[in-house]
Design a protein around this ligand. Structure first.
Ligand code: PLP
Length: 403
């Protein structure tokens, strides 16, 4: 920065240049947006801390020989979702690409025209298909696909490798519609691969204290999709699974092994930080410790508790000449992450007059809030209780600057 300041003849600006550069660096932030899986904020919150150390990433401690980085975490994931085997790649886009390349390259893959999805950031099924070397075989129409359409595709195509079923994560088709379930597709004579995207492990949600929440009713779950007859399910690690960015391939052992042996598997493999975090998350599911998964803890928080926290923060802040510094307010949180486009959660937060989001983003740590009808809203559903004092401190300092 010093060299740049000199070369640009801005020696007096060097501090500002350093500040600008620092503000673009990766730092922890407080998510007060109420969007639980905020793509710009790293989707699911991650709560692991890792000491600097080696790990037995590719060493079998039992034999002392070289082991597989996928074996233990894959087995744990497989137990958690009722699969024979599982493996982890960089993200769900990678899981789709690898599966198509390993099982479908040079062959046909049937997909319903109603499931040619685009997930934000350039993931489009036809494009991924082309990159994998598989040939897209379109089935049915935008609003209706029937079993006979798939059966016809299988008859017409001389070399169909599989059927790919893709969850419409971020949109809905309503009205005159029809789609074919995994349970029906399994009657076809080719493997059925389901990209369920969101990463709900089990529709029964045994990791939660109560019954499965109603808002999950239409979300496909890994365990049930496999039980219905999918040969493989693919899902994200950082959506409803609540772990780090990762993609999970789970299902029939022979197919998972074919994916693992493909040359792309090496290019898409995660390192030990990610694998440790996926393993810790999968273990929390198996132990039914939903509260240890930050996403599920935040989803399960009751509104009365959020309201009480909002009141405490506002009371401690007190008022200034113009009235209270912040007011408790009812809000609506959303799942985010391109999942469940129609679902909202009743929530509670703080409201401050005017748009102070820029000042909040400039704080340490930065706080990301949203603006609604000219007021700044900080939703407490996505804020950990331990972060409440940070909100209070940020609002107090805003007020002092203004005063
Ligand atoms: C989100 C999603 C993806 C992409 O997942 P990433 O982990 O972001 O790569 C793919 N397919 C579906 C159906 C999704 O919902």
């Amino acid at each position: 920065m010093a060299r740049r300041a000199i070369s640009e003849n801005r020696v007096d600006d060097v501090d500002a240049l350093v500040r600008e550069r620092k503000r673009e660096m990766l730092v922890p932030v407080v998510n007060a947006t109420g969007v639980l899986l905020h793509t710009n904020l790293g989707r699911a919150p991650l709560g692991i801390e890792v000491e600097p150390s080696y790990s037995n990433l590719e060493l079998s401690l039992a034999t002392g020989r070289r082991g597989s980085r996928q074996r233990a975490v894959g087995d744990t994931l497989a137990s958690a979702c009722g699969a024979e085997a599982a493996m982890v790649v960089n993200n769900c886009a990678g899981a789709v690409l690898l599966t198509l390349a390993a099982l479908g390259a040079g062959r046909g893959v049937a997909v319903s025209r109603g499931e040619m999805v685009e997930i934000g950031g350039g993931f489009r099924i036809p494009d991924v298909m082309r990159q994998s070397g598989a040939r897209l075989v379109e089935v049915g129409t935008t609003n209706r696909s029937r079993f006979s359409d798939y059966a016809q595709a299988l008859d017409d195509d001389e070399d169909l490798a599989m059927v790919l079923k893709v969850h419409r994560s971020n949109y809905q088709i309503i009205g005159f519609t029809e789609e074919v379930s995994v349970a029906a597709l399994r009657q076809l004579d080719v493997p059925v691969v389901a990209d369920i995207g969101s990463g709900l492990l089990d529709a029964a949600c045994p990791w939660l204290a109560g019954p499965p929440p109603k808002w999950l009713a239409d979300e496909p779950a890994a365990r049930q999709t496999l039980r219905a007859g999918a040969d493989l399910v693919l899902f994200s690690g950082d959506k409803l699974f609540g772990g780090p960015q990762a993609g999970i391939i789970a299902g029939r052992r022979d197919l998972v092994e074919r994916c693992g042996k493909h040359p792309l598997a090496r290019a898409l493999r995660p390192g030990d930080l990610v694998l440790q975090a996926v393993q810790a998350t999968a273990l929390a599911y198996l132990d039914r410790r939903g509260d240890d998964i930050p996403f599920w803890r935040m989803v399960a928080a009751d509104v009365a508790g959020l309201e009480a926290r909002a009141k405490v923060i506002c009371d401690e802040l007190g008022s200034s000449d113009g009235g209270p510094i912040a007011r408790p307010t009812e809000t609506e949180a959303v799942p985010g992450g391109g999942t469940l486009p129609t679902v909202t959660f009743p929530s509670f937060g703080l409201e401050v007059s005017g748009d102070v989001t820029e000042q909040l983003r400039a704080g340490q740590p930065p706080i990301v809030a949203r603006v609604d009808q000219g007021a700044t809203i900080m939703d407490l559903r996505t804020v950990a209780p331990a972060e409440d004092r940070l909100l209070g401190a940020a609002l107090r300092s805003l007020n002092e600057v203004a005063g």
